[in-house]
Write a protein that binds this ligand. Structure first.
Ligand code: ADP
Length: 165
């Protein structure tokens, strides 16, 4: 038995979160359960035009993750691996919904490993109910005024309604 104190495992969960959905939340719940600390990190450098600006996305994420004491919300610019190193993270958390996510996620994880081999990407599967849910789909349906219940947290539903009313 080593006498060293067990190291705290910090994970970064990066994404656009435009906006956070119940699928993201499902993953955050699973991540918060197995990692000591989970940093939900909003990517600022989006190519596409976001619906919600970074401040709005941050506010929504902070509201819906308030109850988890080991979950923090942050924003980052630039290379994910630089950010993860700066936050002393050893894990990147990503979600895989269907086979269609796999190719992109694999490419990104491999590239990130090339940049920083000491940081592992860990993939988690959401509950089945969320396996088809994406922020993009939520925005499209909300824009047309037909968002069904249970896809996004109430706070997000209200913001979406306000955007499109
Ligand atoms: P990005 O633009 O980086 O893909 P997203 O906010 O769309 O950002 O997603 C962030 C992460 O969350 C990705 O790993 C994505 O696969 C995962 N994710 C998104 N929606 C779901 C969901 N419904 N269930 C599980 N994981 C999800």
């Amino acid at each position: 038995m080593g006498s060293e104190k067990a190291k705290e495992v910090v994970a970064v969960y990066p994404g656009s979160f435009d906006p956070v959905t119940n699928g993201h939340l499902d993953l955050i719940a699973r991540g918060a359960e197995i990692f000591d600390r989970l940093i939900v990190a909003i990517t600022r450098n989006l190519e596409k035009d976001p619906l919600f600006d970074v401040k709005e996305r941050m506010e929504m994420l902070e509201t819906v993750t308030f109850d988890w004491k080991n979950v923090e919300v942050d924003v980052f610019d630039g290379l994910l691996m630089d950010y993860a190193r700066a936050r002393s993270a050893s894990v990147i958390l990503r979600g895989i919904r269907a086979v269609s996510d796999y190719e992109y996620e694999l490419q990104m994880a491999m590239m990130n490993r090339k940049i920083e081999p000491r940081i592992e990407t860990v993939f988690m599967l959401p509950g089945e109910a969320y396996s088809y849910l994406s922020s993009r789909m939520v925005k499209e349906i909300a824009r047309l005024g037909g968002l069904p219940k249970g896809l996004v947290p109430t706070a997000v539903e209200e913001r979406l309604r306000a955007k499109f009313s």
